[in-house]
Ligand binder design. Structure first.
Ligand SMILES: [Zn+2]
Length: 240
């Protein structure tokens, strides 16, 4: 199978690696160590691609347990994630035999990559154990699906709207200026998160569009202002 991945250089040392125009993994290349955040669907040999493009040791982290972010875990020996997410990972791996070692990473954990330092931060909502990777020197937050412009709040392991709201408010307090998402190669300004906050504050179920999203009966709440666009797609049980 063709092993070529599309990738976008966000910085010389930060790449969004895109799989089939659909999902992104992020590669952060420090002077002494690299980090790969997420593994996509895993249909191609992501390990070979990563190892071709770095010269240092590296670790692999899952931002959360959805199948389009953990699907390539099997290419690697060890993958780190938050313990609260292990149940979600297990659910979406559909009890396949685990061929890699799952290791725990913790909120607040700092990891030195040499010239770059990263910190693991909580981004719960999208799932109960969603995490982000804050790249201090670059002021960038790698957010997985936790802050997507179209934010999904349904399916196994997702939290309530109230918890998502608190989580995004707390994220606003973190020190970063831009963020990356799991389904885009764009770098977004932190202020864009205000549109998610306003969306939730103004949310009325009667104004939402009813739709079907991957087999779930969902509602979509849309909001847009100068900060940007927000769409939150949720099942009715998430409203509180
Ligand atoms: Zn997801």
């Amino acid at each position: 199978m063709d092993n070529i991945y599309e990738y976008t250089k966000i910085r010389d040392n930060i790449w969004q690696i895109e799989e089939d125009n659909s999902v992104c993994c992020t590669l952060v290349k420090g002077s002494e160590m690299a980090v790969l955040i997420d593994t996509g669907y895993g249909v191609r040999n992501l390990r070979e691609f990563v190892e071709k493009n770095i010269t240092t040791p590296y670790i692999v982290i899952n931002s959360h347990g959805h199948p389009d972010h953990i699907g390539g875990n099997h290419w690697f020996d060890t993958v780190y994630s938050l313990k609260q997410e292990w149940d979600v990972i297990k659910y979406f791996e559909e009890n396949k035999t685990k061929v890699y070692e799952e290791r725990e990473i913790q909120i607040g954990q700092h990891i030195s990559l040499g010239d770059l330092n990263i910190e693991i931060v909580s981004l719960v909502g999208h799932t109960c154990g969603s995490i982000g990777v804050l790249i201090r020197e670059e002021g960038i937050l790698v957010a997985g699906d936790a802050l997507n412009e179209g934010l999904w709040l349904f399916n196994y392991g997702s939290l309530s709207m109230g918890k998502l709201y608190k989580s995004i408010k707390a994220t606003m307090e973190l020190e970063f200026s831009t963020y990356l998402c799991g389904h885009s190669t764009k770098e977004y300004k932190k202020e864009k998160l205000i549109s998610h906050i306003k969306n939730i504050e103004n949310l009325k179920i009667d104004n939402c569009t009813k739709q079907n999203t991957i087999g779930f009966e969902t509602y979509c709440s849309k909001y847009e202002d100068d900060n940007g666009k927000s769409e939150i797609i949720f099942t009715i049980d998430k409203v509180d």
